[in-house]
Design a protein around this ligand. Structure first.
Ligand code: PHE
Length: 339
């Protein structure tokens, strides 16, 4: 019998389990009410007296071996199952996460913000639903001014004072009303115009407008700033300013950048001229400064505005502006950028 118990001890020592259920089965087999140990303890009284000591020792050894085994295995398996529950299998290879692509409008917008923030411009934003004052009147465009027709406007039918902003110049008005010069701010945002939708124009698009106001700001400062911008943005430093008209700037100009005529695409983009019109600009009209509470005798400034969509189409050779608002992932996936 002693040999048999020794074999059981060896068996208990060698026992391994994969689950707590197996450990429990093991416990019942050895230590349970009807388990092996209780059988042997019951046997004890039949053992001859001279063997009782040795027998007692061996079944106690079996008991402690089985108990220790149960405790050790339980602890091991429980901690294993806990970590599994929280983290899963920690040795499993990771799943690759597909990184999304930024919208081409965001890419270009971020590039423009980045370039101007390097020369001290901050970013300002305002509401897309505007009132007449901020979109028109404060900008030297009183009611019935013919230049209002330059931007076909969506009005809210029940209230002609409420409209969808036609440019982010409205944000500049708001900024001037609430900040004192020196002002250096760019205002990116979505704007709306009541135009027929085609491959080349949409009823909403995006702009970045810039405003610089301080003492003694001159047209030369404007030119230098624009040249810095085209060099950083397009790698092109040759620009020209053509006289133009905006009600809120005087003098006003249209800015062209010399793109070159090296490739066939250059020809197509510039209609064979090599020049590309990229924005409007000018010296802020003193009336506008006064409307916004800035003393026009003390301060002067310049402003400029450009369309983000058009630049995105040019830079990425996109043939139809409507693609920018269709949210087709096959189109959007093609744009990868660090910005
Ligand atoms: N607000 C003008 C537009 O939307 C652009 C512009 C801004 C022109 C600032 C001159 C100065 O067309």
């Amino acid at each position: 019998m002693i040999d048999k118990i020794k074999a059981l001890i060896a068996e208990a020592e060698a026992f391994q389990a994969q689950s707590t259920a197996e450990v429990e089965a093991f416990r019942i087999k050895y230590l349970g009410k009807k388990g092996l140990l209780n059988d042997y303890f019951a046997e004890f009284k039949n053992v001859p007296n001279d063997q009782k000591k040795a027998f007692g020792q061996i079944i106690n050894k079996l008991k402690s071996t089985a108990e220790e085994k149960v405790n050790a295995l339980k602890e091991e398996l429980e901690t294993k199952e806990e970590t599994k529950g929280v983290y899963g299998d920690l040795s499993r290879p990771g799943e690759p996460i597909e990184i999304g692509a930024r919208h081409p409008i965001s890419i270009v917008k971020n590039q423009i913000i980045d370039i101007f923030s390097r020369i001290g411009f901050n970013v300002s934003e305002g509401p897309e639903i505007e009132d007449d004052w901020h979109n028109f009147t404060a900008l030297n465009l009183p009611e019935y001014h013919p230049a209002r027709d330059m931007q076909d406007t969506f009005f809210i039918q029940t209230n002609p004072d409420v409209l969808l902003r036609t440019h982010t110049s409205s944000v500049q008005v708001r900024y001037m009303e609430s900040h004192k010069p020196p002002i250096r701010t760019i205002s990116p945002g979505r704007v709306f115009r009541n135009e027929a939708i085609s491959a080349r124009s949409h009823c909403f698009f995006h702009q970045v407008e810039g405003l610089y106001i301080d003492k003694d700001v001159s047209f030369a400062d404007l030119k230098q700033t624009l040249q810095y911008f085209t060099t950083e943005m397009f790698g092109k430093s040759k620009i020209r300013l053509r006289p133009s008209y905006f009600p809120f700037t005087e003098p006003s100009a249209e800015v062209d950048v010399y793109w070159g005529l090296e490739t066939e695409t250059d020809y197509k983009m510039t209609k064979g001229t090599g020049w590309l019109e990229i924005m409007g600009c000018g010296m802020v009209d003193p009336n506008v400064l006064e409307n916004c509470g800035i003393d026009s005798k003390e301060y002067s400034g310049f402003a400029f505005g450009m369309g983000i969509d058009r630049i995105a189409l040019l830079l990425h050779q996109i043939s139809d502006i409507r693609l920018l608002s269709e949210n087709d992932v096959r189109f959007l996936e093609q744009f990868r950028s660090a910005l």
